[in-house]
Design a protein around this ligand. Structure first.
Ligand code: GI1
Length: 448
């Protein structure tokens, strides 16, 4: 019997996001976000679901905090909804919006849980989208004004800040692939969005430093791991391009202050240029205190001429898959974070999201027996210990998600929570995975 054990100072947490859990979409002065608009657009979200009510955490946050306390986590990652603070994106501050997050932050601290706040988890005020959104460079200034209000309101109590959640999703998934809000399908626009979000990240870090606040600041990127299906050079290169779109395209600017040249040339070959202005790259490459990594899955890629953006295609090789169709490939977590450490040095790493979608139901005994999710977590925790043992500065892990919640274009049809949400009654029911993680945290590990 082997023992998987974690350092005593390892930060266990869970993660959520404002639009996915809060509901109260039109309460206490909240303005509309691009996701309110997108979800109301026929055909964009499964079953026409919206975040109007979601998990109603706007009213039930105390229940959520009680679940977090019972779980035994040290930290809780959640996001602030920009449209609650600035209903029109800029201009007048909505004090009731600040009051809500003050209640959440104070409640967490009273429960002995550190708040970790994401400034931007995709709910851009619609009023800013009406003026071009992130394609409009002026949105960066609006983001800075929002960040300043929030830093000054909560910077004495919140010691961990994440500027953006997954700039790849904000840019390419939402403005080129088009399945997330605002739903454009324009590669140059998406490239502009990615760049402007990266500049906004750097400017927010500079602002945070200028305020001399007592915490740490970083950002979260979703990393992919696609391996070449064969050792043929064309497969190796195709997999490299496919990985780099999600990885180097964002990590290089954030951690080295430059875009990966081989990808710049690849995009140039397609007529795409990055709208870099003087000083942008120095701003983006501001030193940060940690890098957040969201990781879920990996796979294999091979060369296929004229296929997709990178002359590549994914190859199904028989991985088990979760209910959302993502491969279960735990070793890819070890590979991608080992690669990150080799490429970018000893910057502290937090896994800010990892989890599984499974087809959950409340059983007759009142429990939710999500065995595949328990197995997923067990296997990924093993990889976390491997990483720590190999000297990778992995400092913490946030399970996605605390609650079943609004899963973007999948609506409520896909469940990632370690706590089941009944969307009729809004009752929360801890799943077997919740009790597994609770035990791992309380015992500092588990036997395999
Ligand atoms: C490939 O998965 C992405 O990294 C990713 C997965 N997820 C995310 N990003 C988002 O940050 C969450 O809001 C989603 O709810 C969550 C589950 O889909």
């Amino acid at each position: 019997m082997a023992r998987i054990s974690f350092p005593k100072d390892f930060v266990w947490g869970t993660a959520t996001a404002s639009y996915q859990i809060e509901g109260a979409y039109d309460e206490d002065g909240r303005g509309l976000s691009i996701w309110d608009t997108f979800a109301r657009t026929p055909g964009k979200v499964v079953n026409g679901d919206t975040g109007d009510v979601a998990c109603d955490s706007y009213h039930r946050y105390e229940e959520d905090i009680a679940l977090l306390k019972q779980l035994g986590v040290k930290s809780y990652r959640f996001s602030i909804a920009w449209p609650r603070i600035f209903p029109q994106g800029t201009g007048e501050v909505n004090e009731k919006g600040l009051d809500y997050y003050r209640r959440v932050i104070d409640g967490l601290i009273a429960a002995g849980i550190e708040p970790a706040v994401t400034l931007y988890h995709w709910d851009l005020p619609q009023a800013l989208q009406d003026k071009g959104g992130w394609d409009n460079r002026e949105t960066i200034d609006a983001f800075l004004a929002y960040a300043e209000i929030v830093f000054k309101a909560f910077g004495d109590k919140v010691k961990s800040w994440i500027t953006f959640n997954e700039t790849w999703c904000v840019s390419f998934l939402s403005n080129f692939i088009g399945v997330h809000a605002p739903g454009h399908t324009d590669l140059q626009l998406a490239t502009n969005v990615a760049h402007h979000c990266l500049v906004a990240h750097g400017r927010a870090v500079q602002l945070y430093r200028s305020l001399n606040l007592p915490g740490q600041i970083g950002t979260t990127h979703n990393l992919s791991w696609s391996e070449p299906y064969t050792t043929r050079p064309e497969d190796v290169e195709a997999a490299r391009r496919s990985r780099a779109w999600g990885n180097e395209w964002f990590l290089e600017p954030t951690l080295k202050g430059s875009y990966p040249q081989f990808m710049v040339e690849w995009f140039r070959g397609k007529g795409i240029e990055v709208p870099i202005l003087e000083g942008d790259m120095e701003t983006i490459g501001q030193p940060i205190d940690f890098i957040g990594v969201n990781f879920y899955t990996g796979g294999y890629t091979r060369y296929k001429k004229d296929s997709g953006l990178f002359d590549s295609e994914d190859v199904q090789v028989g991985f088990d898959q979760t209910f959302i169709g993502w491969n279960v490939y735990p070793e890819a977590l070890y590979k991608v974070l080992s690669w990150l450490h080799e490429e970018y040095g000893d910057i502290p790493i937090y896994i800010t999201e990892n989890g599984a979608c499974t087809d959950d139901h409340v059983a007759e005994d009142g429990g939710v027996h999500d065995a595949q999710r328990v197995d997923y977590y067990r296997k990924h925790f093993i990889q976390c210990q491997r990483l720590i043992d190999s000297g990778v500065p992995l400092k913490g892990y946030y399970a996605w998600s605390l609650l079943d919640n609004f899963e973007w274009a999948e609506g409520y049809a896909k469940r990632f929570g370690i706590v089941h949400t009944d969307y009729e009654t809004l009752e929360r029911t801890p799943k077997d995975s919740y009790y597994f993680i609770q035990k791992v945290i309380s015992e500092g590990g588990f036997d395999v």
